[in-house]
Write a protein that binds this ligand. Sequence first.
Ligand code: AP5
Length: 286
Amino acid sequence: MTGCVHCISPPPVTLYTPRTSPSSASRSSFSFSGDAVHSLYRVRRVTRSPSIISPKFQIVAAEKAKPLKIMISGAPASGKGTQCELITQKYGLVHISAGDLLRAEIASGSENGRRAKEFMEKGQLVPDEIVVMMVKDRLSQKDSEQNGWLLDGYPRSSSQGKALNGFGFQPDLFIVLEVPENILIERVVGRRLDPVTGKIYHMKYSPPETEEIAARLTQRFDDTEEKAKLRLKTHNQNVTDVLSMYDDITIKIEGNRSKDEVFAQIDTALSELLQQRNTAPSSLLS
Ligand code: AP5
């Protein structure tokens, strides 16, 4: 599925009935939200004469759709974290950010955290022996298994991808955010984080809503222009290897648009993926 989201061929017209709202039976009136996504009944077309106009669908199984497994990738400050906030809000997936796991490890004061910080300060990849098990353990937790996961910033090398593969973790979709390099540096240096809500801001593009929030915002230790350039260099050294691993399930998203426009592209892809799943014969459901 490489290429622009708009190039994905439309799925067959199909009717979905969310468990929470049995009456909202038309696709056009249905919007995915939170748990509802994971509670979809599979429905199947009833074969009857096409001349009969009333809807010809019946629920054939009350089985839950399998949870989505998504990876999101892109250069530093391409908007991965921002989009993950929006995706999890709508689709209820568990957001697992390799960078956040590493920062939590640093904050814990552990030896792994201390070592990780040495690499992060230089904009380099933290060694696999620290990152791989950290991510694998988080993916193995019950909430990720039950609700599906959204893996952000992993894998960043083919060895990381292979390791995850070896543990049996395969994504359904690999999202790549594409943003021109000259935009990325400005995004990095303007980024601020709210330690209370975890929300990501940008002093120009996504400023804090109130002065109270503005006063408590923090900046990441690697969000300087100098370190962003090092991170970008590391990204560029590894990106081709990583992309080649997921070629057949990759969707490239134009990331240099407003965050809502970027999300709209992702949303379309995820909705279509869910639709395809729910129309596939049981034997094809992955
Ligand atoms: P990590 O924390 O993952 O950093 P990163 O990949 O450099 O990505 P960022 O978090 O900087 O950016 P983002 O794409 O999430 O953008 P955001 O949404 O915040 O990793 C940090 C370090 O940890 C690495 O350098 C490495 O050392 C280590 N590491 C991590 N994973 C590893 C791994 N797998 N293996 C080994 N080492 C690893 O947006 C950025 C800014 O832009 C924000 O201010 C936001 O408000 C703004 N913005 C977002 N979208 C838009 C938009 N559409 N328009 C305008 N502004 C926008």
